[in-house]
Design a protein around this ligand. Structure first.
Ligand SMILES: [Zn+2]
Length: 412
């Protein structure tokens, strides 16, 4: 088996015998002093300029930043790769710092779930692109493979309203690109994940895909073996979220069928979590691809249980899928269970003990949202109940705008 250090930089062929160096010297890494000086420069462009100047100076002197030059080929590669590495780190630094900064301890996992992938969280690629498409299979630069056997068009995504955080029911803007991802479980029948169940596992997965296809239920399904199937085209809407609410720093999204993409795990939520390690790895790559393609913020990658609200009363959590144990860290995301729920803070929704039980927590975000509502009520000199009633009235107004737009779409 060849390792990275045993391959030549450009051709992928084994390195000549005379250029073999100690293993620790093969890695294209900067000398620590250069690294530290570079990171003291705040501006990324200035930092890159500094590194290039230093590298050119060193190269012209025939000195490797790690020490005496031992292999011309390796040295040139080390400079190029090192600059590229620092440039990449400079560019992704704000994103990955933001992603890991608030991250609390990982959630308790079932045995099938692999250990938290801190490295993958740090190494989220800046850009994931489609390498090739055969008509039935797409391959992406991060290793993602998407099976297109069940892919089909549905109703096109029309511009959807985004509401202001500050209040009111007048949209702050309309947009057409997906704003986020909602993760689901299919809650379908499952076989034991054993080799002896192979035929039944495949049969159940195929049946599920046919149902999801007929219902246009999700954009993507990840089966028990970690295979990713596109079922509804990303440009179209899937019938996945029903009454639902989420928000980011730019506005509030209501009824997320129009605005969020749906990724479903072939799995059942509950104590005996049935998600496989292969599914989680596939979800990580699919999430990377979708985030790269649509510039989706990490905070907008959430579970159905987090966004679901009732259409008949003021309670959240009509749908319980992924109410607990969503593997945010392994999928390369911060713990979004810790985010205050916009349904509570913007629209005065409440929850009951059954929902708290389903969360297995409760989530940190529930407590933060409650505290925010109490604080804002106090600032207005009114009771929490009165303030919630005002927020709930706002939801009715907003829902009127959304359903009005939806019925216009249906009639057009
Ligand atoms: Zn769901």
């Amino acid at each position: 088996m060849l390792t990275l250090g045993e391959l030549s930089p450009r051709m992928g062929t084994p390195v000549e015998k005379d250029s073999v160096v100690a293993a620790s010297d093969r890695n294209p890494v900067f000398a620590p002093w250069l690294d530290l000086r570079a990171y003291k420069i705040q501006d990324p462009v200035e930092r890159l300029r500094f590194l290039r100047q230093e590298m050119q100076a060193l190269e012209s002197e025939g000195v490797s930043p790690r020490g005496p030059r031992r292999s011309t080929g390796h040295w040139r590669w080390a400079v190029g790769a090192g600059v590229a590495l620092i440039a990449t780190l400079a560019a992704v630094r704000p994103a990955h710092v933001a992603a890991i900064a608030p991250q609390p301890a990982p959630l308790a996992r079932t045995p099938l779930v692999s250990a938290p992938r801190t490295l993958s969280t740090l190494a989220v690629p800046e850009k994931v692109w489609r390498v090739e498409s055969s008509g039935t299979l797409e391959t992406y630069s991060n290793g993602l493979r998407v099976d297109l056997t069940f892919a089909e068009a549905n109703k096109a995504r029309n511009p959807y309203p985004v509401f202001p955080l500050e209040g009111g029911a007048t949209p702050v803007r309309y947009q057409s690109a997906p704003a986020g991802i909602v993760y689901h479980t299919t809650e379908s029948n499952l076989a034991d994940f054993e080799e002896t169940e192979n035929r039944r596992l495949q049969w159940l997965g195929r049946n599920l895909l046919e149902v999801v296809h007929d219902e246009h239920a999700y954009h993507y399904v990840i089966d028990r073996f970690g295979r990713v199937f596109r079922v509804v085209e990303e440009s179209d809407i899937a019938n996945h979220a029903g009454h639902s609410v989420w928000a980011d720093s730019s506005g509030i999204y209501v009824n997320l069928n129009d605005s969020f993409l749906a990724v479903a795990f072939e799995a059942q939520t509950g104590e005996a979590n049935s998600v496989t390690a292969a599914q989680i790895e596939a979800a990580r790559m699919l999430t990377e691809m979708l985030r790269s393609k649509y510039s989706i913020p990490a905070g907008n990658c959430v579970t159905h249980a987090q966004v679901s609200v009732s259409g008949v009363n003021n309670h959240i959590g009509v749908h319980f899928d992924w109410a607990s144990q969503f593997p945010f860290a392994e999928v390369g995301l911060p713990d979004n269970y810790a985010r205050p729920l916009p349904s509570l803070t913007a629209f005065g929704f409440e929850y009951d003990s059954a929902f708290v039980q389903a969360t297995g927590g409760p989530w940190k975000g529930l407590g933060l949202a409650e505290a925010q509502v109490e604080r804002e009520a106090a600032e207005r000199g009114m009771s929490v109940a009165r303030y919630r009633a005002i927020l709930q009235h706002r939801y009715s107004d907003v829902l009127g705008v959304v359903t009005g737009a939806e019925s216009e779409e249906g009639g057009s």
